[in-house]
Design a binder for this molecule. Sequence first.
Ligand code: PLP
Length: 499
Amino acid sequence: MNKDRQEASPTTLDPSDWDAMRTQGHRMLDDMFDYLENIRERPVWQPIPAEVHAQFRQPAPQAPNDLAKLHQTFLERILPYAAGNSHPGFMGWVNGGGNPVGMLAEMLAAGLNANLGGRNQIPVEVERQVLHWVRGFFRYPDHASGLFVTGTSMANLIALWVASRKALGMQVRSQGLSAASRQLAAYTSAGAHGCVAQAMDLAGLGTAALRIIPLNAQFEMDLAALERAIAEDRAAGLHPFFIAATAGSVDVGAVDPLNALADIAQREKIWLHVDGAFGALAILSPELAPRLAGIERTDSIAFDFHKWGQVPYDAGFILVRDGEAHHDTFASPVSYLRRETRGLAGGSPWPCDFGPDLSRGFRALKTWFTIQAYGTEKLGQVMAGTCALAQYLKQRIEAEPALELLAPVSLNIVCFRFRCEAPESNRINAEIAVALQESGIAAPSTTILSGRLAIRAAIVNHRTQRGDIDALIDATLSLGAKLAKSGTESGTSTGTTTA
Ligand SMILES: *Cc1c(COP(=O)(O)O)cnc(C)c1O
């Protein structure tokens, strides 16, 4: 086909002027480098003006728009109003900071437009190489399987699907759960992420079949209570099949005692899964790895490269010891996905045989680039560094009479409050958190611990430094003093005790 005929095509989406596209593309790339290089100069987050909201409610355009103008809209109307999790002052929820190498890899992946469902192509080998590395991180055997997924919510669900199919037999895939001869029971702690219960719901097992085991003083699963619950369920004729442990709880960063849980799971013949959404990758830090002792004895691990691993969103991962059960839970013999030993349909089994997605993006590439470019040692140091910052924040809180620590600082999450009278404490601390976010200085989130509202700082971002911790403390103290005073003046503070 000659060039003239290509240019004449009225339906291609490629530009007629590649040079102009190239110039525009370089400008876009430069702008994103500028954004990352100067991110400290921006507010972490800022409230979104009504007219900006309104712009995103316009109907779909029928006619083309100029790319340079669209990019300008992105710079003015989208970029400044993102959540800000790349910013060093972002400490809300558990969000990763991303990294510039991962950003470039995303561009390469989008240009290649590879579909990672399967087929005989090196992009699938890149994903398999990351799986090979992940097996090594957690000392899982070679027959363990794994898959990139959106995030740990999906990874937990996949683990639950595989474990339940294994417990009930693969015939449930055709006959459904109602035909199963056993009634299953699962276990997790009161500190588990909400997606564990949601997975029970989505897997059709029901949240009522999930026992919520209380926490000990360290916010870890109470093992005696777990053993009692298992015994009671067995006595009632149920089939205990799944324990979802947490390595790095979302509230306070606690790690369940994995070795002791592995002992119980082994004795009781129960699948031991770990929700290690952010915490599992601490295995890359020689300093933090001992906290995860026993993780190598589990049946499955769900975690995110996009949190502590700093890979741009999204990059969740599920690792399953029993690769055969994992495959048998999802593989489907449909004629249009027939495999061959040669040609494009070679290379079976394919990633689509290990999860519900057929078409899949190239999440592996930004992960592969991030790990290759920085090395596992550096990534481990980043995680240990955020834990050191959490200890620094803890010390600063303990040194301030106006502040109170509300939970042990196990890893990188610190929960605290501004001290004020009991009935007003939750309201004022919630207001402090909002005021901090609106100030653009720092963006913590909140949680409730034993009925008390805590300002929660999850330090995940590799860009965060001591100065950012100081800014959080200073702003909390001044906003707290102001809000507590205005609360008293308006006569709303009636409390007599300090909570
Ligand atoms: C973030 C998180 C999840 C959910 O992971 P996603 O990647 O957001 O789906 C689950 N469990 C824990 C402990 C988390 O921190």
